[in-house]
Design a protein around this ligand. Structure first.
Ligand code: ZN
Length: 134
């Protein structure tokens, strides 16, 4: 089971994630973190979906390639989190729902990279990532 804990995010990303969640609520969006860190085995299981296993392709990242797999000093330190807006307690699935743009705008104002941007190579609306600096 992938982690949903803020404490499994990279130390730089933790305060940004807290601020992001608070600002979403201030803007009337009810955000639910569905994934912060996931192991290589969990990444492989996701990668196989839509390839060796049934279902739709949900990731292009092999184990170790995802920002969700990052480690720091032997501990989980994901550089990305996945979050979905809830409406009446249920996840919003429509990509054109305005809550996504609200969340994307908040993320961009915090300097995060949002994979739901139209110019993203493979749009992934729930994925928010710390910019990848060396
Ligand atoms: Zn993600």
């Amino acid at each position: 089971m992938a982690s949903r804990a803020i404490s499994d995010l990279h130390p730089q990303l933790q305060p940004l994630a807290e601020t992001f969640l608070r600002r979403c609520r201030d803007h009337g969006v009810d955000p639910l973190i569905v994934c912060t860190w996931r192991s290589a085995a969990e990444q492989d299981a996701l990668y196989q979906q839509g390839r060796s296993k049934p279902g739709a392709i949900v990731t292009y990242a092999r184990p170790g390639e995802s920002a969700h797999n990052d480690m720091l000093h032997g501990s989980p330190a994901a550089r990305a989190f996945d979050v979905v807006p809830l409406l009446g307690g249920k996840p919003v699935c429509e990509a054109d729902h305005p809550h996504w743009q609200t969340m994307g705008g908040i993320a961009l104002s915090l300097g995060l990279y949002w994979h739901g941007q139209l110019d993203a190579p493979n749009p992934d609306f729930p994925h928010f990532q710390l910019s990848l600096e060396p």
